[in-house]
Design a protein around this ligand. Sequence first.
Ligand code: GLV
Ligand code: GLV
Length: 325
Amino acid sequence: ARPKVYITREIPRAGIDLLRQAADVEVNTEDRPVTREELFERIADCQGVIGLLTERIDAAFFDAAPGLKGYANYAVGFDNIDVPEATRRKLPVSNTPDVLTNATAECAWALLLAVARRVVESDAVMRSGDWPGWGPMQFIGGDVSGKTLGIVGAGRIGTAMARMSRGFDMPVLYTSSSGRRNAVLDAELNARLVPFEELLEQSDFISLHTPLTPSTRHLFGAEAFRRMKRTAYLVNTARGPVIDEQALLAALRAGEIAGAGLDVYEHEPALTPGLAELTNVVLLPHIGSGTASARTDMSVLAARNLLAMLEGKKPETCLNPEIYD
Ligand code: GLV
Ligand code: GLV
């Protein structure tokens, strides 16, 4: 019999069509996340599931799908998956790295430039009809060229973000949780691996690209904001809880930092009350990977991963390859 697959939200066709060649596929076509109850009902007789970062993939999820052969995350971040629990059950789980690297790095640049040059505030004035005409003191922003860029988490996306700074001639600093140097950043950009405190104190722009783990949760809190330059900007396209949003709000209000560009939030989809009233923040609705090609490639990679798992083979981008040893 053909395996049954559930996809928890509409994703680009390419991946769904690929899966349909070998499986009976059901897609949640409602434009909202499935509830836990709906999800558990839908997956009860499924062998494979493609899910999103809005779903918790944990012991209860695996219990609800006794015939499951694998789970493919439609995201590179996998803090929503209890990987050790999947591994204990010898169930493969996968993510979608690489295909969204440039899209997410470009999104970080969009935020960096938008917050430094006050693009969103300025746009609002044009739409309001209240612009009195050119003025020498209007919307003075921060410089970018020649300023120091600090990359927290020099993985694939952090490396891409840093490489894109070449046109702006920015000295690049980075931290690394492994303590290992990044050969690409060192060779191409003369970047410097520095302790976290040094990165905080010397950077004019700090861009976050670290996964969310117990050691990166609230990495940016009151103490970090105090160490940052008052003229510095923070950009986050990684995961919201890396920042203590209440502390960020206080730092932005007090002028401890110049501004922030955020694509992700501590309590998505909620915003910490007060954040949306500030003019020195740019707020995006978690669209880091949101380009046509990245999203299409994510759907195809997730589908290929799931097809491999359904055949008992190791998926291309497996998060627990040790189960095949
Ligand atoms: C999006 O946030 C992702 O992890 O792919
Ligand atoms: C993170 O997962 C990255 O691709 O940098």
